[in-house]
Design a protein around this ligand. Structure first.
Ligand code: F6P
Length: 523
């Protein structure tokens, strides 16, 4: 049954009506224990969801919605490997990638075998044992990939740079804009550079274009076609496409069609991260994600962090008409986390069709965006505090920093706490005029990590993965396909062929004129 037909949906609507005029400040005033009571602490991760526009009744109804929608059945179906990706008839078993070797899953042996190969390879690169074609040790690694084959590793590497070996210079190239690749290559030495071509399908035009250009760059310097074998490895689910590129299957790290691109950091797509932080730390990343898997699977719905984040998102999206959701990491190391979440949430749940193909009757994923604090405070927080758009947000902070500069971390965290307080509680203008009025009543979650370790990062990422699953299940959409990216890709293929000809164009008049202008400019 779809969510809107469930009794809890109607109850939530009428409850939302009852809450009109309710102020978060009053909820705190009425219950001095609200903060600690609406906080969950589990294994070094704290979720304080008390600064939301919710009462005990709201939470009860949201959990009832999850129960009536049989969320627990959905969770078990995903973990069991049922083909929850219905449009592609596939399982979504990223959780199997981080299950302990002894878990005895049908996938465990294959997963462990690839992890062992990755570890041996990463160790050889890190130690200098892996040599380039001219006998020099590899010193730079370039991950070429896009979307899920870039955002996860790039985000994780930024987050965990303090754990990375200084002997390897790790870079990421994703954009088909040639400036991305040339800027990186200009700073590297072909004799000591290794390319990790990461693409699940190995057909993604951006990645292949960059990989071919990188190969040319290498061969310009090292005039030996065998050099490709020394300087290129592939991460892919498709053997034949890798071989067609010219990478020996012996230099390919496998993953499987039951791993979605945006859920693939835990697979061989994480190879570049493993090279940087080492196999043991990569295992910790997996262990953290697995710990969150256990929590998601076993914690009661009303104490379940991903479930609560998902339900609160639904509360604002569907009952308060929130169009957007801000993610505000108060930690520079998490600067790529909002971009990573944009793909995770918007590619997974930005859908208008239900699993059976019928149109959805409710809003699905909001627009997810964000920047690290405190930078965002000096850019867009004006709108968050006094604008006319309702923006629920997640603040993410880390209790202990990885530097020893005096004072910085206190300032950073004081700002995080101050912003969530100002947004929720506000401050009346007290005669100073409406320009100085802080209306408050703007909800946020606060997530605090004890430390930003590989383990803690694994937990944080898996938390959001399962939040996305929770929402997708309740909206009855398939969170694991991405048909919406196809039309633009096929039109680009047609247009790129048209750019170099004089042929008559058959697009709309705007597109025709833009193409003509480009044709003239490149003559
Ligand atoms: O943007 C569409 C998409 O298919 C993503 O889902 C995926 O992460 C990305 O392209 C890259 O795909 P691949 O890993 O196959 O190159």
């Amino acid at each position: 049954m779809t969510a809107t037909a469930l009794p809890a949906w109607a109850e939530l609507h009428s409850h939302r009506h009852d809450l009109t005029g309710t102020r978060i400040a009053d909820l705190f005033a009425a219950d001095p224990r609200r903060g600690p009571e609406l906080t969950i602490e589990d294994d070094g991760l704290v979720l304080d969801y008390s600064k939301n526009l919710v009462t005990a009744r709201t939470l009860e109804l949201l959990v009832r919605l999850a129960e009536q929608r049989q969320l627990s059945t959905g969770i078990e179906a995903m973990f069991a490997g049922d083909h929850v990706n219905v449009t592609e008839d596939r399982a979504a078993l990223h959780t199997a990638l981080r299950a302990p070797a002894g878990a005895g899953l049908p996938q465990s042996a294959a997963v462990e075998a690839v992890l062992a190969r990755m570890s041996a390879f990463a160790t050889a690169v890190r130690s200098g044992a892996r040599l380039g074609a001219t006998g020099k040790p590899i010193r730079a690694v370039v991950n070429i990939g896009i979307g899920g084959s870039d955002l996860g590793p790039a985000m994780a590497y930024q987050a965990l740079r303090e754990f990375a070996t200084p002997t390897i210079d790790l870079r990421f190239v994703s954009n088909v804009d040639g400036h991305d690749l040339t800027r990186v290559l200009d700073e590297l030495d072909p004799e000591t550079t290794l390319f990790v071509v990461s693409s699940k399908t190995f057909t993604t035009v951006e990645t292949l274009t960059n990989a071919y250009a990188a190969r040319e760059w290498l061969l310009d310097f090292v005039d030996d076609s065998d050099a490709v074998a020394q300087h290129f490895v592939a991460v892919s689910a498709d053997d034949r496409a890798v071989a067609a590129f010219g990478i020996d299957p012996a230099h390919k790290f496998e993953f499987w069609d039951w791993v979605g691109g945006r859920y693939s950091l835990w697979s061989a797509i994480g190879l570049s991260v493993m090279i940087a932080i080492g196999p043991d730390n990569f295992r910790q990343l997996l262990a953290g994600a697995h710990a969150m898997d256990r929590h998601f699977r076993t914690a009661p719905l009303d104490r379940n962090m991903p479930v609560l984040l998902g339900l609160l998102g639904i509360w604002y999206r569907n009952f308060w008409d929130a169009q957007t959701h801000a993610v505000l990491p108060y930690d520079q190391r998490l600067s790529r986390f909002p971009a990573y979440l944009q793909q995770l949430e918007m590619e997974s749940n930005g859908k208008s069709a239900r699993r059976d193909g019928t149109p959805v009757a409710v809003g699905t994923a909001p627009i997810v965006w964000g920047e690290p604090g405190t930078n965002g405070q000096h850019a867009f927080f004006q709108l968050l505090h006094q604008g006319t758009v309702f923006v629920p947000s997640d603040f993410i902070g880390v209790l202990r920093p990885h530097h020893d500069l005096p004072g910085h971390h206190d300032l950073l965290m004081a700002n995080l706490f101050a912003q969530t307080e100002a947004l929720a509680i506000g401050r009346p203008a007290a005669g100073a005029g409406t320009h100085r009025d802080f209306p408050g009543n703007r909800p946020s979650n606060t997530l605090l990590l004890a430390d930003l370790t590989p383990y803690a990062l694994g937990r944080l990422i898996a938390l959001y993965e399962h939040k996305v699953f929770t929402q997708g299940w309740i909206w009855n959409i398939n969170s694991f396909d991405q048909w919406g990216v196809e039309l633009g890709k096929s039109l680009a293929t047609r247009i790129v062929a048209e750019l170099n000809t004089e042929q008559q164009l058959g697009h709309d008049s705007s597109t025709n004129a833009l193409i003509e202008r480009y044709r003239r400019a490149r003559q």
